[in-house]
Design a protein around this ligand. Structure first.
Ligand code: UD1
Ligand code: CA
Length: 452
């Protein structure tokens, strides 16, 4: 039996290069705040606890860590100082302590597991995930000698020979829980940046007769996010992963590069997705659903065999039962569509319950908002709502009822009834030609009047 892991997530840095009022780790990636990706990835480890390190007053960040506790780093004096801030919350923990960065959301659980497993096997006091960097200049360099990691030299402190090394520190570090307090306590700030470097734990461990190791991973996993450009680049990388997983899971995408997924998008096998579709968070799609081009879907469940789009918008709180059809320029918000119900063209259905096998005609509007409150529209099963109708909520259309086209429905319609909510048509035989003559004469008179 291996002992469970304590994870420390550092998120107290200033994040100034984002030029944002939003804390860096809360910027969204694939529909989730960055930090949630980190917590999701570490959450799959065999965990003892997770501790977040935040800056003073970072309430929103603390909330994003909840239910996990947070420790406050008073001033951003470096990664070593930040890790030290978590020691109190690690009291009594004896197993491995994994330190990760809140701004590195692409590190996979598999890589973390490999690092922890290697540290256990080698009985290392410290282990780091390293990678061969295309451009090593921003990173700490790993100084390795005969399978042993001897020290990590930060870029600003590196000499020419060290700068030439391209084996770099990802920032993910595993420390022996028995030694972590002593190692972090010995870190000093006598370096170029006057910071307490977590990376110094390596040299300190070696100097006290312990072993340190480096485990190699893929550069793509270790891109940190410091700027908006890096945020965009991480988004691309994450989308690439999510699309690849969807394709491997049996989803057809006509043009995967144009499909934008959220981290939690659930797509069953045999779902087909056309080009230019965006999924916001909280969507699950059952098998044999076809999502046609240019749809935007968020916070919705889509049942088996449904057809959505092209050009449909399905907003949060919507639930489409089996075989529902939602056509072009139809918007749903917090709307339930029963089995086989259809709204095929140009409709807005907000806060509505549409019964099974009902048909909502083109141009129908559920008038859900009166300027103050939102109200529900209920259409029972097998009803027919004619085109260009307004259903003024709160209102109920009974089972099998028929609302004639162009109606403004303000009163409930009982089951089986036909409701007209429009002016009666007036037809005057033979009156088209005289009307045209009158209009023509009027226009000619107006023209003459202008010339004078
Ligand atoms: C760090 C590593 C470097 C590595 C690189 C990988 C150190 C000294 N250097 O450098 O070897 O190659 O990451 O990207 O560890 N933070 C705090 N409090 C602080 C300072 C930082 O919580 O006082 C947090 C930040 O929020 C961030 C993480 O620690 O999540 C990394 O800090 P950052 O300043 O970006 O480290 P780098 O200089 O990039
Ligand atoms: Ca960084």
């Amino acid at each position: 039996m291996t002992s469970p892991i304590a994870v420390v997530v550092l998120a107290a840095g200033a994040g100034t290069r984002m030029k944002s009022t939003i804390p860096k780790v809360l910027h969204p990636l694939a529909g989730w705040p960055m930090l949630r990706h980190v917590l999701d990835n570490v959450g799959r480890l065999k965990l003892a606890r997770i501790v977040g390190v935040i800056s003073p007053g970072a309430k929103a960040v603390a909330a994003a860590f909840a239910p996990h506790p947070t420790a406050v780093q008073r001033r951003p004096l470096g990664t070593g100082d930040a890790a030290k801030a978590a020691l109190g919350a690690l009291e009594g923990h004896r197993g491995p302590v994994l330190v990760v960065f809140g701004d590195a959301p692409l590190v996979t659980t598999a890589s973390m597991r490999r690092l922890v497993a290697a540290c256990r096997k080698e009985k290392a006091a410290v282990g780091v995930l390293g990678f061969i960097a295309r451009d090593p200049s921003p990173y700490g360099r790993l100084i390795v000698h005969r399978d042993r990691l001897e020290k990590i030299v930060e870029s600003k402190d590196a000499d020419e020979a060290e700068k030439a090394i391209d084996f770099c520190n990802s920032g993910v570090m595993c420390l022996d829980g028995e030694l972590v307090a002593a190692l972090l306590g010995a870190i000093r700030n006598d370096n170029a940046k006057r910071e307490f470097y977590l990376t110094d734990a390596v040299a300190i461990a070696c100097a006290t007769g312990h072993k340190a190791i480096a485990v190699e991973g893929e550069e793509g996993e270790f891109q940190g996010i410091n700027s908006r450009a890096e945020l965009a680049s991480a988004e691309r990388a994450l989308q690439h992963r999510l699309r690849a997983a969807a394709l491997a899971g049996g989803v057809t995408m006509t043009d995967p590069e144009t499909v934008w997924l959220a981290a939690d998008t659930r797509l069953a096998a045999d779902v087909t997705i056309g080009p230019c579709v965006r999924f916001g968070p909280g969507v699950s799609v059952a098998s044999n659903v076809e999502i046609r081009a240019f749809c935007d879907i968020e916070g919705a469940r889509i049942g088996r065999g449904a057809v959505v789009g092209p050009f449909a918008r399905v907003r949060p709180g919507s639930d489409l039962a089996e075989g529902v059809h939602i056509g072009n320029f139809v918007e749903l918000k917090a709307t339930k569509m029963g089995k086989g119900a259809k709204a095929n063209h140009l409709a807005y259905l907000g806060d509505s319950d549409i019964g099974a096998a009902s048909n909502i005609g083109a141009g129908t509007i559920a008038v859900n908002y009166d300027g103050y409150g939102k109200w529900r529209t209920v259409v029972a099963a097998e009803a027919f709502v004619g085109s260009n109708s307004s259903l003024v909520a709160p209102v109920r259309i009974g089972k099998g009822a028929n609302v004639t086209a162009g109606s403004v429905i303000t009163e409930d319609v009982p089951a089986g009834a036909v409701a007209f909510g429009r002016a009666r048509q007036v037809t005057k035989k033979g009156r088209a030609a005289p009307l045209r003559a009158k209009l023509k004469a009027r226009a000619a008179a107006a023209k003459r009047g202008k010339k004078k």
